[in-house]
Design a protein around this ligand. Structure first.
Ligand SMILES: [Zn+2]
Length: 378
């Protein structure tokens, strides 16, 4: 186990995390992360290399809790997960340690936990900050995840009532969320969690209340930025502290166990998801809108457009003072952004909302090609 500090809260508290894996693998965590990173770029990693990495490399799985300061039970559960992984010597725990590097963040909001507030000490609901990254706690967490990218990311919450929510989510689902990620969340983790809760006679619900659309949450953003299975868990806070802790810990453990059991397949599909993203980007294809929830009908399809590049005017343009901020946000999610060295003539340049026509993009403009591994974030 390795413990670290990934940042500092508004009130100066350290933001702590742990990485847990088999003790033989622990000295190689940086190399394991580097190999997993290789799967994220099919331009430099061949299918043969990807197959080898998927066969041999542990996968990185994260459990994070308590982003809302008053929702403590996920934090308590995370410590139980940590304890079980560290102390148990049975084959189930040993297999998980061999197959995974488990990252744990007991509280994403130590100030709010102490103050018993949903928000952090700045008064911000940090489960709305995952794209904008205006808060030091989330900004630092994203950088930590960039270093150790998840294939699964659990964000454990509490809500009203006594039941338990885990995915599948409600519609709408953002169209750029890859099908591989949906497959893992809806058809691997969701059913494993449901089976575990059914077996124990615990109440749960899914495909209700929590959609998968807005790119601001601790599920959608880790999914889209890291091609991972980002999942919100919600335990009803009307239950006893004991029951909240118990259900959170069993849900977290079941998730990690499921990740370990499916590790090779997940890593293979993780690479394939990046291959698909790159191919779609080259073709200028947007992923289609579709419904997942039984009985839902599609409201509208995505526009029938081929989009191969985005251009943003130079940040010196007084009409667009926020361009530099946007570019910074894109770079911080590992989107590749270039600048034009000279004017570029484009036969079918389309200004937002207008009809395409021949035009010139001025030198100094920012160029974001869709043909890149982070196509879904572009
Ligand atoms: Zn919450």
């Amino acid at each position: 186990m390795e413990n670290g500090v990934y940042g500092t809260s508004w009130l100066g508290r350290p933001l702590i995390y742990s990485l847990v894996t088999d003790e033989d693998q622990l000295p190689n965590v940086a190399a394991i992360a580097a190999d997993q990173q290789r799967l994220r770029d099919p331009r430099r990693t061949t299918p043969e290399e990807a197959t080898r990495i998927a066969a041999e490399n542990p996968a990185i799985a994260w459990y994070a809790a308590n982003v809302h300061g008053g929702e403590e039970s996920g934090g308590d559960a995370s410590l139980q997960i940590l304890y079980e992984l560290a102390a148990r010597i049975d084959c189930e725990a040993e297999e998980m340690l061999r197959e995974l590097v488990v990252g744990i963040i007991p509280t994403q909001n130590p100030d709010g936990r102490d103050l018993n507030t949903r928000q952090n000490a700045y008064g911000f609901d940090m489960n709305r900050d995952w794209f904008a990254r205006t808060q030091p706690e989330i900004d630092a967490e994203m950088d930590l995840l960039r270093k150790y990218p998840p294939v699964v990311f659990v964000d454990a919450h509490e809500n009203n009532g006594t039941s338990y929510f885990f995915p599948p989510n409600a519609d709408p689902v953002h169209h750029e969320i890859s099908e591989q990620n949906i497959d893992w969340i809806y058809y691997i983790y969701g059913p494993a969690l449901a089976a575990e809760f059914q077996q124990r006679g615990w109440r749960y619900y899914n495909q209700d209340g929590y959609d998968f659309f807005a790119m601001e949450y601790g599920d959608t953003v880790p999914t889209t930025v890291f091609m991972s299975a980002g999942m919100t868990f919600e335990k009803g806070n009307n239950d006893t502290a004991y029951d909240r802790w118990l259900e959170q810990w069993v849900a977290g453990w079941t998730t990690l166990e499921t990740a370990a059991e499916n590790r090779e397949e997940i890593l293979r599909e993780y690479y394939e998801a990046y291959v698909t993203a790159l191919e779609e980007g080259e073709a200028g294809e947007l992923e289609p809108n579709r419904t997942y929830q039984p009985g839902q009908e599609l409201d509208q399809q995505v526009p029938n457009l081929a989009i191969r590049h985005y251009f943003l005017p130079p940040e010196t343009s007084r009409a667009h003072p926020e361009t530099a901020t946007l570019v910074e946000r894109l770079l911080d999610t590992d989107v590749e952004v270039y600048r034009l060295e000279r004017n570029l003539s484009v036969p079918d340049l389309q200004f937002y909302g207008r009809t395409p026509s021949a035009g010139t993009v001025p030198a100094g403009s920012f160029w974001i090609p869709m043909a890149q591994p982070q196509k879904h974030c572009s």
